[in-house]
Design a protein around this ligand. Structure first.
Ligand code: NOS
Length: 396
C-alpha cells in the first residue's frame, strides 16, 4: 500500500502553495483542487524550480495502464499497485540496473502520438501540484519514435512517428499543460551515450525547435559503460555551442571526475547532471566552484542508482551546500524512484540539515542557471524573490 501512497499524495497540493503559484509569467490565477501532503511531507511549501527530470521517467502508472489497455499491449500487471512494484526500484541498485527499468514500460508509450502528448501534459500538471513554477524536462526523441530511428527501440514494429514529430507532439502537450496549469515548462533533448549516431539529429532538432520550447541538449545514458564521449557526441556539442544551444551533460553520477572534466572542457557543458564524483578531484572541484558551475543534484535518485552512499548524511550535496556551490534539487525519474520533489526536499532537510534559507538560495541559483532567455529568467527570479519575501511585491 505504501508504494502507491506517495505518488497518490503527490497528485494533490496545498492551498498555501496554490496561492503562491499565481504566476505573472503566464498570466491568470491558477485554480486547482488542492491538499493532501501533510506539513511534514512538504518541507518547502513555496514556488520551486526543477532543472533535471526525465519525461520518460516521470509518467503516471495509471497512464501506462490506460494506454496499454487502449493499444492492446500486454503488461505483466494490471493494477496501479502491481505495476508500480514491477517498475520501481526499492533498494539501491546500479545505474545499469536502473536504466533497465525503462524497458518495463517504454514500449507502451513509444510510437503513439496521443500517449506522448498525454504524458507531457500530465507531467506539467504533476509539477504544478508540487509547487514547481518553472521546469526543464528532458527526454530522448529517438526512444519515443518508431520510424527514422536506427535501431527502432523497444522491439517496436516500424510505424510513422519520427523523432522530429515526437518533439512536435511533446511540445504540444507541454504547452497545453502550461496554459492549463499556469506554470512554465521547457524541454531538453537527450543524446544517449551508447548511440552516438543519434546525436547530430538531436542538435538539429534543438535548432529546429528552439523557438517552440526546446532550450538545450543533454547527454544521458550509461556513463559506467561509455566513459569517454564518442566523436558523434563531440560533433553534436560543437555544433550546439556554435549555434548558441545551451548544453548540459550527465557526468560524474557514477563515472569518474574525468567524465566531468570532459563534459566541461570538451563538450562545453554549462551545467553538470549529477556531478557527485567531481569531489574526488579537488582541483577540478575548486575550478568548477570558481566558475560557478551548476550541479543538477538528485538526492533520492543518487541513492537508488547506487551513485552515492545510501547514508544520506554522507551525501556530496552537503559539501556543495557548505561551499555555497551552485546547484539545484531534482527528482530525475520520479516514476522509477516512486518519489516526488517533496521527498527530495524532505530528505535534504531530514538527513542533510537543509534549512528554509538554503532552499530559497538554491532555488534562486537554479533560476539563475536555467536555460531561459535573459528576459524570462529575470521575470522568474523576480517571481521567486517576491514569493520568498526577498523584495517588495510589484503585484497590484
Ligand atoms: O540518472 C540518469 N542517468 C543517466 N541516464 C538517465 C538517468 N535517468 C534517465 N536516464 C536516461 O535518459 C533517457 C532519456 O530521458 C532515459 O530513457 C534513460 O535511458
Amino acid at each position: 500500500m505504501h508504494i502507491i501512497a506517495r505518488r497518490a499524495a503527490m497528485s494533490i497540493g496545498s492551498p498555501v502553495l496554490s496561492a503562491l503559484c499565481t504566476s505573472r509569467l503566464t498570466g491568470s490565477r491558477r485554480t486547482s483542487t488542492m491538499a493532501e501532503h501533510t506539513p511534514e511531507q512538504v518541507v518547502f511549501n513555496k514556488p520551486k524550480v526543477e532543472l533535471h527530470v526525465h519525461l520518460d521517467g516521470a509518467i503516471r502508472v495509471q497512464t501506462i495502464l490506460d494506454i496499454a489497455k487502449k493499444r492492446g499491449i500486454f503488461l505483466p500487471a494490471n493494477t496501479v499497485e502491481d505495476l508500480t512494484s514491477v517498475i520501481i526500484l526499492e533498494e539501491p541498485a546500479t545505474l545499469t540496473k536502473f536504466l533497465g527499468k525503462f524497458a518495463e514500460y517504454m514500449h507502451v508509450v513509444a510510437g503513439d502520438r496521443e500517449a506522448i502528448k498525454r504524458i507531457a501534459y500530465e507531467f506539467v500538471e504533476d509539477k504544478a501540484k508540487e509547487g514547481v513554477i518553472y521546469v526543464e524536462v528532458r527526454y530522448s526523441p529517438h526512444f519515443l519514435a518508431n520510424t527514422k530511428v536506427d535501431p527502432i527501440p523497444w522491439d517496436q514494429k516500424e510505424g510513422d512517428l519520427s523523432p522530429d514529430e515526437v518533439v512536435h507532439v511533446v511540445n504540444e502537450g507541454l504547452s497545453e499543460g502550461e496554459r492549463a496549469f499556469n506554470i512554465k515548462a521547457r524541454s531538453i533533448l537527450c543524446c544517449m551515450r551508447h548511440m552516438p549516431s543519434w546525436s547530430m539529429d538531436i542538435v538539429e532538432l534543438c535548432k529546429k525547435y528552439r523557438h517552440e520550447g526546446v532550450v538545450a541538449i543533454d547527454l544521458a545514458g550509461d556513463e559506467s559503460l561509455n566513459c569517454e564521449a564518442y566523436p558523434g557526441h563531440r560533433m553534436a556539442y560543437e555544433e550546439a555551442a556554435r549555434c548558441g544551444i545551451h548544453r548540459t551533460v550527465h557526468a560524474g553520477e557514477v563515472g569518474p571526475p574525468s567524465v566531468v572534466q570532459e563534459a566541461v572542457e570538451v563538450l562545453k557543458a554549462e551545467r553538470v547532471g549529477h556531478g557527485y564524483r567531481t569531489l574526488e578531484d579537488q582541483a577540478l572541484y575548486k575550478k568548477l566552484l570558481a566558475q560557478n558551475m551548476h550541479f543538477e543534484v538528485c538526492p533520492v535518485s543518487s541513492k537508488l542508482t547506487g551513485a552515492c552512499d545510501p547514508d544520506f548524511t554522507k551525501h556530496p550535496v552537503i559539501t556543495f551546500r557548505k561551499d555555497k556551490a551552485n546547484y539545484s534539487l531534482n527528482t530525475d525519474d520520479p516514476l522509477i524512484f516512486n518519489s516526488t520533489l517533496h521527498l527530495d526536499y524532505s530528505t535534504a532537510q531530514k538527513y542533510m540539515g537543509f534549512t528554509e534559507e538554503e532552499f530559497k538560495r538554491l532555488n534562486i541559483r537554479s533560476a539563475e542557471s536555467c536555460f531561459l532567455p535573459e528576459k524570462e529568467k529575470k521575470e522568474l527570479l523576480q517571481q521567486l524573490r517576491e514569493a520568498y519575501g526577498m523584495i517588495e511585491s510589484t503585484a497590484f
